[in-house]
Design a protein around this ligand. Structure first.
Ligand code: ADP
Ligand code: DP6
Ligand code: CO
Length: 351
């Protein structure tokens, strides 16, 4: 009996304007629009292979070598949508194998910590849906596949596109206009770089899905965020990207990370994704920008303690000198620079 297979990779995307909150849990429709930057494929990525055969008796997923449930409602929703699309093609061509009726075996590997706030669900569901679409030989529509990935994990819809991506929240009850769109390709602002500071690779204790539902249900600040903060910021951030205005982009990114974590803290009981080290990184970035009297770095934290720093290539040495200096001390993060340290840095960067 034949076995059919397909493989693909999908990159992580890190939001600079955060999605946090669902207005529809089943369709995964958000309470606000969001913006992200998709990282290069050779950095953080998921590699997923899928196989299907008439002889398989159940759908199975191995994630990073461990069996993982495929029974979740949202995963089932994705599989069902993909099977429906496949069965339409099969109905038009009787020579095609009836894969839509068969079970799937899926093997997936993330080359970075899973469920640690580095968008594993985004790369994970994007890769899962893309691999099955390839196996089923579905028409190559990024937009359609992105909507299916969204049902698996909201942030996944943005990983189908490279560069600068917006997820427009939409207003239709069926979610037909809640979709990811390109704001600008990577080539529009190729100097943009991301550095990941892994503070902890542990699985978070509050997954994003339950965390955001808890925030929606209990935080007053959250209402203010989605009504009065995010809509304006969404337009401003798209403009900053269009204008390649790093200072503006960086401030909006840092403010939005802080605003999102503030709503977590305002949830009741509160949710803590950032830890002491994360907060020291925040402080360090502000110190670096103050030191140079110029915004050269922006931090952002997803639902976890790990930092993503955005900066322009031309400032890499300036930024990394500080980061390495602080890391080297190794007895914990020391962001209290002495006058001596500051003088030393200004010597180094005088030229
Ligand atoms: P993260 O911050 O890493 O996105 P989430 O809480 O949003 O964390 O989601 C983590 C969950 O996403 C995992 O527990 C798993 O169910 C799912 N996931 C992660 N990676 C993959 C993958 N490669 N394939 C399928 N599902 C994945
Ligand atoms: C903080 O997309 O992981 O990373 O849709 O429930 O799977 P589900 O949530 P998920 O949430 C991401 C939250 C975030 C911000 C973002 O990526 O926009
Ligand atoms: Co996630």
């Amino acid at each position: 009996m034949s076995i059919y297979t397909a493989s693909t990779t999908a990159p992580v995307n890190i939001a600079t304007l955060k999605y946090w909150g669902k207005r529809d849990k089943t369709l995964n429709l958000p309470t606000n629009s969001s913006i992200s930057v998709t990282l290069a494929q050779e950095d953080l990525r998921t590699l997923t292979s899928v196989a299907t055969s008439e002889s398989f008796t159940e759908d199975q997923l191995w994630l990073n070598g461990q069996p993982e449930s495929l029974q979740g409602e949202r995963t089932q929703h994705c599989l069902q949508d993909l099977r429906n699309l496949r069965s339409r093609i099969e109905a038009q061509d009787s020579s095609l194998p009836r894969m839509s009726q068969w079970k799937l075996h899926i093997v997936s590997e993330n080359n970075f910590p899973t469920a640690a706030g580095l968008a594993s669900s985004a790369a994970g569901f994007a890769a899962l849906v893309m691999a099955i679409a390839k196996l089923y030989q579905l028409p190559d529509s990024h937009s359609e596949i992105s909507k299916i990935a969204r049902k698996g994990s909201g942030s996944a819809c943005r990983s189908l596109f490279g560069g600068y991506v917006a997820w427009e929240m939409g207003s239709e009850p069926d979610g037909s206009d809640s979709k990811a769109v390109e704001v600008a390709p990577q080539s529009h602002w190729p100097e943009m770089k991301a550095a990941i500071l892994v503070v902890s690779a542990d699985r978070k204790d509050t997954p994003s899905t339950s965390g955001m539902q808890h925030t929606v249900a209990t935080s007053d600040l959250f209402q203010e965020r989605i009504r009065n903060v995010v809509p304006k910021r969404f337009e401003e951030m798209k403009q900053a990207i269009q204008d390649r205005d790093f200072t503006r982009f960086a401030e909006l990114t840092m403010r939005d990370s802080n605003s999102f974590h503030a709503t977590c803290l305002d949830s009741f009981p509160p949710i803590f994704y950032m830890n002491d080290t994360s907060r020291k990184i925040v402080k360090l970035c502000h110190q670096i920008n103050a030191f140079y009297d110029e915004t050269i770095v922006a931090y952002t934290f997803d639902a976890g303690p790990n930092a993503v720093l955005y900066y322009l290539q031309e400032n890499e040495a300036k930024l990394m000198a500080f980061v390495h200096h602080v890391f080297q001390k190794n007895s914990g993060w020391d962001t209290k620079f002495s006058q001596n340290d500051l003088e030393k840095f200004s010597e180094v960067f005088k030229t």
